[in-house]
Design a binder for this molecule. Structure first.
Ligand SMILES: NC(=O)c1ccc[n+]([C@@H]2O[C@H](COP(=O)([O-])OP(=O)(O)OC[C@H]3O[C@@H](n4cnc5c(N)ncnc54)[C@H](OP(=O)(O)O)[C@@H]3O)[C@@H](O)[C@H]2O)c1
Length: 257
């Protein structure tokens, strides 16, 4: 049994981009700053957590898949605060409808199990989107629906909504880096000129971490972003300048994927 003030925290998605950084932060707060945290992580692949040089002295690692209700219960029992940092939107866009059904079912499990276990708070990182549902991409719609499902639980739910998150290991950033470092000339779809408000991974982690120590964030939705509104076109140009490379970007209006 922990002490009276111990916060029992569950991190899901600990093998992912956001979850792995968050685990590092929580472990540092626990070991260096002596925050009274008990950190639990649910994963489908224990080795992926161990490969991050994290060990069972610092984190209680639970094997489980959130698409399985009993695994959700197993992870959430005794938890005060649960981070929902999971998604499985992958493959080509034609698979996204199927993935979004899976996402909904997984969030439903989690939401119901959190209620059954009396979890006090859920903190979810979703996507930044505006407009009617029918105007959203399948991906953004899924992020929004997951948030709505989690809000149906009896827990106090905090939602952070971010656009592209920049940092080593992040899907969007690695794609941008890969393209700029390899290609002198790029033919891009027109959406590279869409505006977005990127945010640095460490800033996202700071929001996620501070939320547990800031009661006023309970039950609220926050849109988070860095100081600059940029396009992917801008970001590619900026990155090319940083690595001292000259690139030419040609935009083809009919190219959309
Ligand atoms: N990256 C960005 O730029 C960005 C921007 C805005 C918002 N977000 C949001 O941040 C959250 C985390 O994104 P991310 O970039 O960290 O994703 P990621 O790197 O792809 O990681 C996804 C995580 O979800 C886990 N997962 C998927 N299905 C699962 C299941 N059924 N049971 C248990 N675990 C499961 C994966 O575990 P396995 O290792 O077992 O596959 C992995 O740890 C998402 O909600 C995303 O929408 C991300």
């Amino acid at each position: 049994m922990g002490n009276a003030y111990e916060r029992r925290i569950l991190v899901t998605g600990g093998s992912g981009f956001i979850g792995s950084h968050l685990l590092t932060k929580l472990i540092e707060k626990k070991n260096v700053n002596h925050y009274p945290y008990h950190i639990r992580c649910l994963t489908r692949n224990k080795n992926s957590i161990m490969a991050q040089n994290k060990n069972e002295k610092d984190i209680e690692i639970i094997d489980g898949d959130l698409s399985n209700y009993n695994d959700c219960l197993n992870a959430l029992v005794g938890t005060d605060i649960a981070y929902y940092l999971v998604h499985s939107m992958e493959g080509s866009t034609k698979n996204w409808k199927r993935f979004s059904e899976k996402e909904k079912a997984t969030a439903e499990n989690f939401s119901r199990a959190a209620t059954q276990c009396g979890v006090r708070r859920i903190i979810y990182l979703g996507g930044l989107s505006y407009g009617k549902d029918e105007e959203l991409s399948q991906h953004m719609l899924s992020r929004k629906q997951v948030g709505e499902i989690l809000m149906k639980s009896k827990s106090k739910v905090t939602i952070f909504r971010a656009a592209v998150i920049l940092g080593s290991g992040g899907g969007s950033f690695e794609m941008l880096r890969y393209l700029v470092e390899r290609l002198p000339i790029m033919v891009c779809p027109k959406w590279v000129k869409n505006k977005t408000q990127p945010i640095f991974i460490e800033d996202v982690i700071e929001y996620l971490f501070r939320s547990i120590e800031t009661e006023q964030t309970e039950g609220k939705v926050f849109d988070i972003g860095g100081p600059d509104v940029l396009t992917y076109f801008d970001m590619m140009k900026i990155y090319a300048k940083i690595i001292n490379k000259s690139i030419t970007i040609t935009i083809i209006p009919v190219l959309t994927p």
